[in-house]
Design a protein around this ligand. Structure first.
Ligand code: SF4
Length: 487
């Protein structure tokens, strides 16, 4: 039966309590899902959850409201399907990140899928890695246009070409929580990548064992802060039979365009395309997931790809079938548009999944998207981020509009930030505004921006950044918006 042990990171064997019931999570390495696996998830969510799943910002699948235990026979079936680790104690380690367009991206330097699968097999077969922080995370970026190299991970391997040869540049989490990992001046040949990763993980394991009684477990960035990068690399080299290749650190990957994978995109395979589907906060009913799986089976390669931006790709669609697939997606009540309000909004788990949250960000995000869908026409991508507290887990890059939850006695409220400014969220536009006033205000802000932007390429964030707060307030003032909480 499912073990309901409290933990900060849910797995399939270890659920996490949430407001709407225990939360279970399936690791899907690099978000690569086969049709039979997807159908097994549909069955699981229907039988033990509430008939819905959510894709996370690490391309995991979460099943909410798992009230009854999952029988051992079902867990064994999921293990056999490759949806659960053979060793339960390592199942909670973070999902491996990879580009959702690995192997099909026209810009890629190397197909990282074999590396993802090999590293996953290695990781989940090592019971000694169960001592690691469950937040230990590894990322493979193969030079795709849909880049994941900037995403926060403990270790990122980023492909680049050096003297006509493909190497992976080693990046480590040297900064603060949520920062992009930094290049540390090491180049690794693709065939040596797993050996190096194993050595790095074993040194980190030994560091963790030294403080075995500690909770929570130390993150890799703590080791790097305490020992320094050089000491860490030297200890890893001792486990290898060769020296790491040193070089000047090269440019860090640019942040990915978070909507760049939506819609129809030609693949490197001639006459084939992938179709990016936008999901409301990563949510799908089991009916919708089954429908996408059927489309992938009928028109594609019986595979789906989950993205770290909480969306889904249907790859390997013959160009002659694109229209049929788009119609099928619309019939499921889903969209492929980069300007659909669902693609505009990112939210952390909020009150339903996190004790630190002051507000129910997920419900508010869905209500805001619904209002914008009915009242404005987005003619270019917009980025709105809702966070239940100032930690900002769900997004680590600037947004056009950031809403940060505030604990107030009587009603759910947010402080609103726009563009860039003196805080991590941008310029503070209003403080402690009741959520009910926000959809109207944001629609006004969008319309004001549309009427006054310099040109169609100017983003709402850029527009807001070139105006003072007083000017912005004047332009978007509405009778319903309180004026308290001056900045
Ligand atoms: S941003 Fe705050 S409220 Fe949201 S998930 Fe992170 S810690 Fe929880």
């Amino acid at each position: 039966m499912l073990l309901l042990e409290p933990t900060t990171c849910p797995g399939l064997f270890y659920s996490t309590p949430a407001q709407d019931g225990p939360l279970s999570r399936l690791r899907i390495p690099a978000g690569l899902l086969t049709a039979p696996q997807s159908e097994a998830i549909v069955h699981l969510a229907d039988q033990f959850g509430v008939g819905a799943v959510q894709i996370t910002n690490r391309a995991n699948v979460q099943i909410r409201g798992v009230q009854s235990g999952i029988p051992t026979a079902t867990l064994k079936h999921l293990q056999a399907m490759g949806l659960a680790s053979p060793i339960a104690s390592v199942d909670a380690i973070r999902n491996i990140m990879g580009s959702p367009t690995a192997g099909i991206d026209r810009q890629q330097l190397v197909d990282t899928r074999p590396l993802v699968q090999s590293w996953n097999r290695y990781l989940i077969s090592r019971p000694d890695f169960a001592v690691l922080s469950p937040k230990f995370s590894v990322c493979f970026a193969g030079g795709e246009s849909v880049c994941v190299g900037d995403r926060p991970n403990d270790i990122s391997l980023v492909a680049l070409e050096v003297d006509g040869q493909i190497h992976f540049q080693l990046h480590l989490s040297l900064g603060e929580r949520g920062d992009t990992p930094q290049a540390v001046g090491v180049l690794i040949k693709p065939e040596s990548t797993l050996e190096v990763l194993a050595a790095l993980a074993e040194v980190y394991r030994d560091y963790t064992i030294q403080g075995s009684d500690r909770a929570p477990k130390p993150r890799l960035r703590e080791l790097l802060h305490n020992w320094g990068v050089e000491a860490y690399l030297r200890l890893a080299e001792k486990r290898l039979s060769w020296r790491l290749q040193r070089s000047e650190p090269r440019i860090n990957p640019a942040p990915a365009n978070k909507t760049g994978h939506l819609g129809v995109h030609p693949q490197r395979q001639l006459n084939f395309s992938y179709v990016g589907v936008v999901l409301p906060l990563g949510r799908l009913t089991t009916h919708q997931l089954q429908g996408l799986t059927s489309l992938a089976t009928q028109y594609g390669s019986s595979t789906l790809r989950l993205t770290p931006w909480q969306n889904v790709l249907l790859p390997d669609i013959a160009n002659a079938h694109i229209i049929a697939v788009q119609q099928g997606i619309e019939a499921l009540g889903l969209s492929t548009s980069t300007t659909h309000p669902w693609s505009a909004i990112v939210s952390c788990s909020g009150m339903t999944g996190c004790k630190s949250s002051a507000t129910d960000t997920q419900s508010h995000a869905l209500a805001l998207a619904s209002y914008l869908e009915q009242h404005v026409t987005l003619d270019r991508p917009l980025n709105i981020h809702l966070s239940g507290c100032e930690k900002s887990c769900a997004q680590h890059y600037p947004s056009d509009i950031a809403l940060v939850g505030v604990a107030t006695a009587d009603r759910p409220s947010y402080t609103i930030y726009v563009g860039s400014g003196s805080t991590q969220f941008g310029q503070e536009l209003y403080r402690e505004q009741a959520f009910e006033s926000l959809p109207v205000m944001i629609a006004h802000l969008w319309q004001t921006y549309q009427n006054h932007r310099i040109n169609p390429d100017e983003t709402l964030g850029e527009f807001a950044s070139r105006h003072s707060i007083a000017e912005l307030r004047q332009m978007i003032s509405t009778p319903n918006l309180a004026t308290g909480g001056e900045t």
